[in-house]
Design a binder for this molecule. Structure first.
Ligand code: PLP
Length: 396
């Protein structure tokens, strides 16, 4: 009944975890839902003002397909300050969140049969979109190298068909922030092998000291002609539902994105565009600083509680807002409990017995991982996370 391509990917694992949490809550279980990829925070006043002004001015119509020119200029100025290189509006496309930016990149850069290197554990949309474009995801295991891809592993995974590599730092789901040295080595590898780098820095504003986010092109300017930067306001301004992000790349690529977007979605929501423009023009940075502070408190609370886990190593949680647990020691055949074969089983047990919802690493290509979001309040973590610790410690 359906097209063949629909056999190569399913609904996102994150969405499935959220539904399981909702179902348990509807059945009467008290659930601490740590499955969401978003932070709960009030709307930034700058966004409120920008959206309201647009409504009052009667803004209703299509804008330029890849975003209002003044917004693309403001984003170019933002990138100029972040990368120490000059960017212009014709190198920017505004999109319906980072997801559309990534989709645009896959559709405009990949041919059927191309291979794309993706560090694993990975955010599940990366391989799904590569597959949609007819290309093949090739995974590079980072679990034994602090969740950073080693150059040797990248080399081993490449072939003459390799066309691109997708880098996401700070990383969803692992919480790793790629070091300067690692990014420089990846840039060098990409240049030597003439690969495109798709650089997803959606969580770039949300790192925790001493870790800092580096722009790969700030470190390796020579990469610029083969680089697509993907970013969104979704996470850093806590407006996941507003669907607004952007991509930056060489002008001919952005021209192709204009054509693609003109036949898919046209412009992203115009009220959200006005709101973000107002934020970029008059935002002081307080909002993001407060958000980081809120996350830092939740992270501290969560790490303190998770330190009580007996057979699960402490998560690194360097950036973004995820604790990523390695459950290898709890799973059969090493563990005695045969009912726990993968993190799917552990995640299901945590919902029913502890009332805590996380996302199984199976969704990220890692059957032994578990992602817990700390985009909730420190109080919520304090009230629910000890239940998860007790349950995991009870597994023998
Ligand atoms: N990239 C990464 C690594 C993400 O984790 C997410 C959302 O979870 C996105 C992109 C998508 O962001 P958006 O909601 O802006 O489309």
């Amino acid at each position: 009944m359906l097209a063949q391509r629909m056999q190569s990917f399913g609904n996102s694992g994150t969405a499935a975890a959220r539904s399981a949490a909702k179902a348990a809550a509807a059945a009467g279980t008290t659930v601490l839902d740590l499955s969401a990829g978003e932070v709960s925070a009030d709307l930034a006043p700058t966004l409120y003002r920008g959206a309201l002004n647009a409504l009052e001015q009667g803004v209703t119509r299509y804008s330029d397909t890849i975003g209002m020119p003044e917004l693309r200029e403001a984003i170019a100025a933002k990138l100029t300050s972040e990368t120490w290189q000059i960017w212009s509006a014709d190198e920017i496309a505004v999109t319906a969140g980072a997801k559309q930016a990534l989709f645009n990149a896959a559709m405009t850069l990949l041919n059927p049969g191309d291979e794309v290197l993706i560090p694993m554990p990975y955010w599940s949309t990366f391989p799904a979109q590569v597959t949609m474009a007819g290309a093949k995801p090739v995974f590079v295991d980072t679990r034994r190298t602090q969740y950073l891809p080693s150059i040797q592993a990248l080399r081993d995974a490449s072939s003459p068909a390799t066309r691109a590599i997708i880098i996401n730092t700070p990383n969803n789901p692992t919480g790793a922030v790629y070091s300067r040295e690692c990014l420089l080595a990846i840039a060098q590898f990409a240049i030597e092998n003439q690969l495109w780098v798709i650089f997803d820095e959606c969580y770039g504003e949300l790192t925790h000291a001493p870790h800092i986010h580096h722009s790969i092109v700030g470190l390796a300017p020579e990469l610029r002609s083969r680089l697509v930067i993907v970013n969104a306001f979704s996470k850093q301004l806590a407006i996941t539902g507003w669907r607004i992000g952007y991509m930056a790349g060489p002008a001919p690529l952005i021209k192709a994105v204009r054509a693609l977007q003109s036949h898919t979605t046209s412009n992203p929501n115009v009220i959200a565009q006005h709101a973000v423009l107002e934020h970029l023009r008059s935002g002081s940075g307080h909002f993001v600083a407060d958000l980081r502070e809120q996350l830092l408190r939740a992270r501290h609370e969560g790490l303190t509680i998770l330190a009580e886990l007996e057979r699960v190593p402490d998560p690194n949680a360097q950036g973004g807002f995820y604790f990523y647990l390695d459950l290898s020691n709890l799973l059969a055949p090493i563990g005695a409990d045969e009912s726990l074969r993968t993190a799917d089983d552990v995640a299901a047990r945590l919902i029913t017995r502890a009332g805590v919802a996380g996302v199984s690493g199976v969704a990220f290509g890692d059957p032994a991982g578990l992602r817990l979001s700390y985009g909730v309040s420190a109080e919520q973590l304090r009230s629910g996370l000890p239940r998860l610790v007790r349950e995991l410690n009870s597994i023998r």
